[in-house]
Design a binder for this molecule. Structure first.
Ligand code: MN
Ligand code: MN
Length: 283
């Protein structure tokens, strides 16, 4: 008997009833401010994941033992951000209502807003942990409130002051930094101070959003708005393992891989390996 060839992220083929974490992709990049192409991120991560081992020697854990279902990519309306966000929210809601954790693969960073709306509706006390080169706190970008440059500002409107913790931020306009100082906690340039924040967030429901451009472009050139001065792969790997292993992560996403800008494929491998380490730490 032959079965259809359905590609999932490496080993993420648990049945719905058994899955604790459910992956889904949002191939969307319509509001990208500089170089587009993140719509190809989720497919690239999934396809290239087969170049990785399912076993992690860092954590001594194997994806073969993890309970993860990859539910595939959404078919999103690329010309309509409102509609696309509603579609992302609907999928995240379905996963949450099944008692499972949504793990979103972007796409540009705006996709976070869709998943976060569903999480926030079910966990009103949720906090956000945000790794990024960019503050993403603009009120609007060229007049558009729905833009990847504004996504954390839109999330702030849902949760209010003191609930967003940013790390790695090294780019934004003066106004974003000024506004941010009164409303969110921003750790500039690197991931220093993470341990203290982990202690503070212990036991609370947390949404973790990882914009991969927090990495230095020498490690991760495959992204739309590369920002020199970022962290190393190993620094990020250790950090995501701590975050996903120690906190009560009720939803998360990994976004902003734009695979075509790195024809060597190394950026896609970096993204895939970070996703693997996150999935193993969450399990
Ligand atoms: Mn971002
Ligand atoms: Mn960014």
């Amino acid at each position: 008997m032959l079965n259809p060839n359905i590609e999932t992220f490496l080993c993420c083929d648990a049945p719905w009833d058994e899955a604790k974490t459910v992956l889904f992709g949002a191939p969307f990049d319509s509001t990208t401010s500089f170089r587009p192409g993140t719509r190809f991120g989720p497919g690239a991560i999934r396809h290239e994941s087969f170049g990785l081992e399912s076993y992690s020697p860092y954590q001594d854990k194997d994806l073969l033992d993890a309970s993860v279902l990859d539910s595939g990519d959404l078919e999103l309306c690329l010309g309509d951000s409102v509609k696309a966000l509603a579609q992302i929210e609907e999928r995240a809601a379905q996963i949450l209502d099944g008692g499972k954790r949504p793990f979103l693969l972007g796409g540009e960073h705006l996709v976070t807003l869709g998943a976060f709306r569903a999480v926030q509706a079910r966990y009103p006390e949720v906090h956000i942990l945000h790794f990024d080169a960019h503050a993403d706190l603009r009120q609007d970008y060229l007049g558009a409130p729905l833009s990847h440059a504004c996504v954390l500002r839109r999330c702030w409107e849902l949760v209010g002051d003191g609930r967003i913790f940013q790390f790695g931020i090294r780019s934004g306009d003066r106004e974003e930094f000024l506004w941010g100082a009164g409303h969110v906690t921003t750790h500039r340039f690197d991931l220093e101070g993470l341990e203290e924040v982990l202690d503070k967030l212990a036991g609370k429901p947390v949404y973790f959003t990882l914009d991969l451009d927090v990495l230095d472009p020498s490690v991760f050139p495959g992204t739309g708005t590369p920002e020199p001065g970022g962290v190393s792969f190993d620094t990020l790997r250790r950090a995501v393992t701590l975050v996903c292993g120690r906190l009560n992560i009720v939803g998360c996403d990994v976004n902003e891989l734009s695979p075509a800008y790195d024809p060597t494929g190394a950026s896609t491998a970096v993204a895939g390996k970070i996703v693997r380490e996150m999935l193993l730490a969450l399990d």
